[in-house]
Design a protein around this ligand. Structure first.
Ligand code: ZN
Ligand code: ZN
Length: 328
């Protein structure tokens, strides 16, 4: 696994990288050192100086240096690496987020805090001398014409901490050895797909998605919304939802079909029988009954909808149906 760290100057990238090295044995690769090596800047180079050099670089050739180093690591790695930092240039982002085995983290920190750290770290830097020039360089690096922030970042840490220990304590809460960061397990995979399915919902109240799986194959998908031929809920099709009725109220007046019902109708009992339904929200009583009747043997959901009667009904079935709450 390669963990990549991105963040502005003095946001805490080095502390982060060395934390991963000490605690989990990831090998640290400093991309600024690589840049300095390729451009023959000598030993004395630091982040402050590299920042200035970067501004004078053509972005495409700058990215090439970073990409080559990453490919070099990938071609002969058997262990974990942590690499930092990266420019926010679009091509670089595409490169990082498209490549398998590279997990991208982001660190953010207030500019005033970063400058305070910068002054301590590089007291006689050839880079930024005052806050104004620090901001100028920082902005120029962070907001190039091709800057792209739509990254597949696994997690963004905010390093607003006053000490390294406090930041390390924050990092302690995250599982950096979790292999699912690179390749999700089946349950995570199907539940995430259900989240994608939910984005097609047209209901004004809630967006819910469901995926029925049998023998690791997707049998059907469903999301909530009004039936065929009706105006979509978000186009005024369901009065109850558009009146913003309270959760669980006036359900008998609701025209929206639930995600689970749509998925079961789509699959039919023959295909759903013995399968698992992945749903973004725990089922209501009607859907729970439908699921059971379709012969589905396992329900996996992401968020909990409090309907005691549905829970009691499912619990009453004992081991005829397995219900798992997995939070993504
Ligand atoms: Zn609706
Ligand atoms: Zn339902």
């Amino acid at each position: 696994m390669i963990l990549a760290i991105q963040g502005g100057p003095c946001s805490g990238k080095a502390v982060f990288a060395h934390y991963l090295s000490e605690k989990f044995g990831y090998k640290v690769v400093n991309m600024y050192h690589e840049y300095a090596r390729v451009r023959q800047l000598g030993e004395e180079v630091n982040e402050g100086v590299v920042m200035k050099f970067h501004l004078e670089e053509d972005m495409a050739s700058l990215c090439k240096i970073y990409e080559n180093k990453l490919l070099d690591i990938k071609s002969n790695y058997t262990e974990g690496y942590v690499v930092y930092p990266f420019p926010s240039h679009m091509d670089m982002q595409m490169f990082i987020s498209d490549k398998h085995q590279i997990v991208l983290f982001q660190i953010e920190a207030p500019t005033s805090k970063r400058f305070a750290r910068y002054k301590i770290k590089y007291p006689s830097s050839k880079g930024a001398r005052d806050l104004e020039s620090f901001v100028e360089i920082d902005d120029a690096l962070s907001f190039t014409k091709t800057t792209d922030r739509s990254l597949r970042v696994v997690k963004t840490f905010v390093n607003n901490e006053d000490s390294i220990d406090a930041f390390r304590a924050q990092l302690d809460k995250f599982d950096f050895m979790n292999k699912e960061m690179v390749r999700p397990k089946w349950d995570t995979y199907f539940l995430r797909l259900a989240e994608v399915v939910a984005t097609r919902s047209n209901c004004m109240k809630r967006a819910v998605g469901a995926v029925i799986v049998n023998d690791f194959r997707i049998v059907s998908t469903g999301y909530n919304g009004t039936p065929f031929g009706c105006a979509n809920c978000n186009e005024g099709g369901c009065e109850r939802c558009n009146e913003n009725a309270a959760s669980g109220q006036k359900l008998d007046e609701c025209l929206c079909i639930h995600a689970e019902e749509n998925a079961v109708i789509e699959a039919g009992r023959a295909k759903a029988n013995g399968g698992t339904i992945y749903v973004t929200l725990s089922p209501c009583l009607t859907c729970a009954k439908t699921i059971v009747q379709a012969g589905i043997k396992r329900i996996v959901f992401n968020r909990k909808y409090t309907m005691k009667i549905a829970e009691t009904f499912l619990q009453g079935l004992g081991d005829k149906i397995q219900v798992d709450w997995i939070q993504l």
